[in-house]
Design a protein around this ligand. Structure first.
Ligand code: ASP
Ligand code: MG
Length: 443
């Protein structure tokens, strides 16, 4: 069962002090992309098991596999003679969950060949119970007892990520990128001391190093900040996994699977390179700004001269929600004379057409005059818990962008973030400017 409150075992300081601890190790698709890489993963797992830790592993499918499976599912109805690309979501789950079944089995075989006692676990075998939303199910409960039992006897549990079993007793998948969430859920259920997420980068960076080579790896970042980073575009972790980690106090350590397993020191007290995602109180030197995230492919919609009366926002966003359009930045102006106002918000580029047609259909009820839409926007966000106690963070961003000639289209803020919508052409310039103005490129 997922513990409902923070268990004391999770409060150990990092590096883990006890001689033996319980670890969840998660490996993403690029880390298990072929048989040689799976053998490399097995070497990482063996290293931790040899160091005396109790280990459970969660794996993704081989890189590209899930895309291929999704594609097959989408193509099948048409090949079978149906015009619309509709398919049964339960069968979608049956097909796409298979990628993780393959890697879990192969990793168990690799471990056994290296003399490590191991077995694979599919979601339904544990079981990982989810709700009934096939294709993007949420974990409701994980029974960790049998895994704890076997880890106590020295067996490594290799768990297929991304999958669970729904109330209908059928396989349910957790949404793309969901094996991060499987790993964190598992860590909470077995009361692991840490959840190590092994990936193709060696941690969480102050911004995307492909855009700003001076980006630095953060040694620690708080749950809240990581949640914002992930939601606002940083692709390291699935957003839900961070939510779950925050609720259950699961400390996540993001690290690289491409470091030589033989050269890593797993002894107590050692600190391998990576980023620890943890409680704010565990971070001694808190910076005002921790990172800059960006999200591409946003579209801006502005409704001009909307009547300013109660119920208008509900009339706009209700139908969009029903049509499953994810609305993000919402800005509404105060009207001059109390009769009409403007309303601007963003949606994913891919949903722009759908959103516009939904709004046109509801035009009479909403009562707007003009619908303007602009695709190809980028949302750049400045994130840091230090903003709660420091003034002037936002004005620093605006000044810096103006000095670089970047026009701001919309702004939204929360306690710990400022998001700015700009034209895509200025995205890289804006990210670099903001990264430097907050001193993130300095050691
Ligand atoms: N294999 C799944 C996906 O590609 C889950 C994961 O990798 O986390 O979305
Ligand atoms: Mg992933």
């Amino acid at each position: 069962m997922l513990p409902t409150s923070r268990s004391p075992v999770l409060a150990v300081p990092f590096p883990v002090k006890q001689s033996m601890s319980r670890l969840v190790m998660k490996f993403g698709g690029t880390s298990v992309a072929n048989l040689d890489l799976i053998r490399n993963v097995a070497a990482h797992v063996k290293r931790e098991a040899d160091a005396g830790h109790q280990v459970a592993v969660a794996v993704s499918a081989m890189a590209g596999k899930t895309n291929e499976l999704v594609d097959w599912v989408q193509t099948m109805p048409q090949i079978a003679g149906q015009n619309a690309p509709f398919f049964d979501a339960r069968e979608y789950d049956t097909v796409v969950a298979s990628g993780e079944q393959v890697t879990a089995g192969l990793l168990a075989i690799a471990l056994q060949s290296m003399g490590v006692e191991a077995r694979s676990w599919l979601g339904w075998q544990i079981p990982v119970r989810t709700n009934g939303i096939h294709g993007s199910a949420r974990i409701e409960e994980i029974d960790g007892s049998e895994i704890i039992n076997r880890m106590g006897r020295g067996q490594v549990a290799v768990v297929a990520g991304f999958q669970g079993v729904g109330p209908d007793n059928r396989i349910a998948t957790l949404g793309r990128g969901g094996s991060d969430t499987s790993a964190v859920g598992l860590a909470a259920a077995i009361k692991a001391d840490r959840c190590d997420i092994y990936t193709d980068v060696d941690g969480v960076y102050t911004t995307d190093p492909r855009i700003e080579p001076k980006a630095r790896r953060l040694s620690r970042i708080s749950f809240e900040e990581m949640l914002e980073m992930a939601s606002l575009g940083a692709k390291v972790l699935q957003v839900r996994s961070v939510e779950l980690a925050k609720v259950h106090g699961v400390r996540i350590f993001v690290r690289s699977s491409f470091d030589d397993p033989q050269l890593i020191d797993s002894s107590p007290g050692s600190t391998p390179p990576g980023t620890l995602i943890c409680d704010e109180d565990e971070i001694v030197e808190q910076q005002v700004v921790t990172g800059i995230a960006y999200a591409k492919d946003e579209a801006q919609i502005s409704l001009r001269r909307v009547s300013d009366k109660p119920g208008v926002a509900a009339a706009v966003f209700g139908p969009l929600a029903e049509a499953n359009v994810n609305v993000d930045m919402i800005v509404q102006n105060v009207s001059e004379d109390g009769s009409v106002t403007d309303m601007t918000f963003t949606v994913p580029d891919g949903d722009l057409e759908k959103a516009a047609s939904v709004l046109e259909q509801a035009r009479d009820e909403i009562g707007f005059e003009v619908l303007q839409s602009d695709p190809g926007m980028v949302k750049v966000s400045v994130i840091g818990v230090g903003m709660r106690s420091h003034a002037g963070v936002a004005s620093t961003a605006f000044k810096s962008l103006s000095e670089h000639g970047v026009n701001i289209r919309a702004i939204t803020t929360s306690e710990i973030k400022i998001s700015i919508l700009i034209d895509a052409a200025y995205a890289e310039l804006a990210v670099r400017a903001l990264h430097s103005v907050y001193g993130l490129d300095k050691e």
